[in-house]
Design a protein around this ligand. Sequence first.
Ligand SMILES: NC(=O)C1=CN([C@@H]2O[C@H](COP(=O)(O)OP(=O)(O)OC[C@H]3O[C@@H](n4cnc5c(N)ncnc54)[C@H](O)[C@@H]3O)[C@@H](O)[C@H]2O)C=CC1
Ligand SMILES: O=C([O-])C1=[NH+]CCC1
Length: 309
Amino acid sequence: MANLPTYIGAEQVQSVLRYDALVARLEVALGRFSLGAAGGVVQPLRAIVPVSPHSGWLLVMPAYSAGDEALATKLVTSYSGNAGGPFPTHQATILLLDPANGSLRAIMDGRIITDMRTAAVSAIATKYLSPPESRILCILGAGAQAHSHYQVLMQMFHFDEVRVWSQTWESAERFAGAAGGAVTPRRSAEEAARGADVIVTVTMATDPVLRGAWVKPGALVNVVGANRPTWREVDDDLMQSAVIYVDCREAASRESGDIILSGANIFAELGEVINGSKPAHREKTTVFKSQGLAVEDAVAAKLVYDSLQ
Ligand SMILES: NC(=O)C1=CN([C@@H]2O[C@H](COP(=O)(O)OP(=O)(O)OC[C@H]3O[C@@H](n4cnc5c(N)ncnc54)[C@H](O)[C@@H]3O)[C@@H](O)[C@H]2O)C=CC1
Ligand SMILES: O=C([O-])C1=[NH+]CCC1
């Protein structure tokens, strides 16, 4: 009889998942994803279920990567109303399956993976698209993604100055205190963003928090939030003047308000830049619009599972 599936909780995930290994795996996975059928990644557009009375969303995200022998589905909920309460705004579980026979291998916490793989993908975008000699990092938002982005970006790059702005001064101060080092809270998004080489937007905003007029020419903006067709994190000015990179053309064109409502043209997928089929315009102002891909979760979950064997 087949073995029972293992349960892998958040602490165990955190104890084995490392950014260096995760970034390396995700870079390969994004490249494979953008090769289409030849890359061996199968990933339908995710199903999104509104839970309207509670202002929540359930996202169901299946993917298979033949090259990674990774088959998984993530269930992730997004409840903005949870902010400040006992439950995080994003909660997730990943079901990892055996591609050889379809049996369930593990049920795994997906929250840590969601935080870390999203930040790792922004770090890959930063590696390819940021201006050379980037010195100032700006983070707009001070929640779970702000923390994971800070960790991986400080691990992979050399920023002399990090600025953080959030919805409340207290949350920006708290973030700066927890991060220690060179992080300074700022009173406004404009003050935080002006002069920054790399900007990360990781808020639950539904209207723009960042304006193109504040973005230094040549900077990279990693736009991580506003993952619904009517939500915005950045304005038309930025979206229409920057070179736009995305994780997945189909998802960005269907789900991202910043892409849909601005009418911006998508120049390339990040995977195409990794594969060398599209250039990285480091000298221009660039936006990387991240929606989050199921294949990232599948690859990360497989990495965690294998590390525990
Ligand atoms: N692209 C991707 O792969 C993923 C994207 N996300 C998105 O990233 C964003 C951040 O997620 P988490 O850090 O987990 O959320 P969180 O709830 O932990 O943090 C959200 C932050 O945004 C701030 N905020 C809330 N409403 C705001 C508003 N109207 N204007 C400005 N700031 C506001 C909060 O004060 C907090 O600092 C969300 O939009 C989430 O849906 C999350 C996971 C994956
Ligand atoms: O990819 C992901 O897990 C998510 N994208 C937006 C909210 C959660």
